[in-house]
Write a protein that binds this ligand. Sequence first.
Ligand SMILES: *Cc1c(COP(=O)(O)O)cnc(C)c1O
Length: 351
Amino acid sequence: MRLRPEIVAMQPYRQGRPAAPQAFKLSSNENPNPPHAAVVAAIAEAATSINRYPDATAAVVRDRLAARHGVTADEIIVGAGSVSILAQLITAAAGRGDEVVYAWRSFEAYPGLVTVAGAMPVPVPLTAESRHDLPAMAAAITDRTRLVIVCTPNNPTGTVVDRDDFERFMSDVPGDVLVLLDEAYAEFVRDPAAVDGDALIGRWPNLVILRTFSKAYGLAGLRVGYAIGESSILDAARATQIPLSVTGTAQAAVLAALDHEADLLEHVAELADRRDALLAALREQGWAVPPSEGNFVWLATGAQTAAIAERFAEAGVIGRAFPPEGIRISIGEPESVPTLLRIAAEVVRTL
Ligand SMILES: *Cc1c(COP(=O)(O)O)cnc(C)c1O
C-alpha cells in the first residue's frame, strides 16, 4: 500500500496514561471537578434529540461567544476541540513547502498537525527560563512561513508570554503571516503582565485567538473549542472543517456551562490557589520550577525523567513524562497534593 511516508513515520497520538482506580490521573491537564449539575441536565435533555444532526455552524453558541467578546458571530468559529480548529487553520494556511513556526517544547499536537497538513514544522527552542523566545521565533520567519503558533501559558512549562513582548513580536511579524495565540489555559492566568488575547481583539488582522472549554470549563470529554479572528480567515478554517463534528450535545453543554460560569470560575480560582501553593512548596524543596500560570506544573527532571515519573506513578501520582526533559503534573484533587509533595521531596535530592 502506498501511504504518505511522512505520515507512516509519525507516532500515533499518545494519551495521558490511564490511572489505576486509587491513583490520581494528573497527566492530561483535565479539570478534576465533576461536571456542573446544570451541564449534566443539559446533556440529558439534548440526548432526547440525538437522532437529528446538530446545527453545523453552532449558531447559538457563536452568538453567545460573540456577545461576550464584543465581535460578530462571523468572527467566531466553534470546533470539536480547539485542536480541531488548530488543524483546520494549519490546513487552511500551510501546505507542501510551507513552514509553521512554534516554540519547543510546547503542545505535543503541533508537530503532528503541521506534518499532516504537508507543511514543515519549524520548532524554535524555549529560553533557559522555559519561556517562548519571541525574537528567535520572529527571526525564524521566512518567505515560506504561513503560520506562527504562540502558546501561553505554554503547555507543558506553564510560562506565559508578556503583553509587551507579544505586541513587539506582532509588529515584527509580516502582516500576511497568520499568528495563532493558543490560550487553552487563559482562565487560570493571574500574572497581570501576561498577554490576554481578549484585550487584543481587532488590533491585528492576522491574529487569531484560540480558546477551549476542555480545561477551565471541565468539558474535555465533549470536545468543544473556539477561535476569534477576522471572518475571512475563519471562513478558510470553516472550509477545512469536517462537517457536523461539533455535536448538539456539546453545544447544549457549552450553553449551560456559560449560564453557570460564575460557579465554574470559582473552582478555577481554587485550582489556581492550589497551583500557587504547590509551586511555593516545590521551590521550598529546592525545585527550580518555572512560574506556571496554567493548571499544571513542570518538573525539569532531565535524564532521570522516566525513572522519576515511575516513582510518582508507584505512589499513585500519574504525570506526563517527556523524556529527557521533564514531567508535567496537572493540578488535581486536593488529596493528590501531599503524595505529590512527598515524592517530590524524595526525588529532588537525586537531581
Ligand atoms: C489542552 C490543550 C488544547 C485543547 O484541546 P481541546 O482540543 O480543546 O480539548 C489546546 N492547546 C493546548 C496548548 C492545550 O494544552
